[in-house]
Design a protein around this ligand. Structure first.
Ligand SMILES: [Zn+2]
Length: 217
């Protein structure tokens, strides 16, 4: 992995500066994938798609933030405002929900993206848990369930990868039979490893997010 110069951006709401690291090159060595579709590649770190401004506390899409410039290590970019720009921060789960209520999604596709990111943010706390855990879907917070139900309704069963994502959402909601029916309709070879592992979790009555074993890929 070769990091590039930090990119300086401005908050679209209040113009506060923030920064994120660019990459000159990266790779997927050591990448990990979970049943909910989240992938972490330590050698290919990417900035968050959504950022919460440290000053005005509003959320914005990183892609919508004006790019102010690249903070080169050498040269005459001695602007102290650039030098002191804070690293971008991804919203937490509650902040995602506030952003959705506040109208950050311009349409169904963006709402689906935001609800997916909020779901992943919640699941982040459970990614490293070892061993089997009992189904605790009844104890899951209502706001989490509401978000995941809304996401499941937005996912398009006619599209293979969204069908797989919906099957996982239904599994985490404890709707194992409905999840199994969708899994049976995911036939792409590239998803076979995920279908078998999510299917096994359905059979076990397991609602937790789990790391996928990539050996079959
Ligand atoms: Zn701001």
């Amino acid at each position: 992995m070769r990091p590039g110069p930090p990119q300086i951006i401005a908050c679209p709401h209040c113009q506060a500066l923030a920064r994120y690291l660019t990459l000159l090159s990266g790779n997927t060595i050591g990448a990990r994938l979970w049943t909910d579709g989240k992938r972490l590649a330590p050698m290919f770190p990417r900035p968050p798609a959504v950022v919460r401004c440290h000053r005005c506390r509003q959320c914005y899409w990183l892609a919508a933030a004006p790019e102010i410039g690249l903070l080169e290590r050498r040269g005459e970019d001695g602007d102290p405002a650039w030098q002191s720009a804070r690293p971008v921060r991804e919203p937490n789960e509650a902040e995602y929900y506030r952003a959705i209520r506040g109208g950050l999604a311009a349409g169904a596709a963006q709402e689906q993206r935001l609800r997916t990111l909020a779901w992943w943010r919640h699941n982040d706390a459970f990614r490293e848990l070892p061993g089997p855990r009992p189904a605790r879907v009844a104890a899951a917070p209502a706001y989490w369930r509401k978000n995941l139900e809304a996401l499941a309704a937005l996912l398009d069963e006619a599209i293979e990868d969204e069908r797989l994502m919906k099957a996982e959402a239904l599994r985490e909601l404890g709707q194992f039979a409905a999840s199994r029916l969708l899994l049976d309709r995911v036939t792409a070879e590239k998803y076979a490893f995920a279908v078998s592992q999510i299917g096994a979790l359905c059979a076990a009555g397991d609602v937790q997010v789990r790391e996928l074993q990539l050996v079959d890929r």
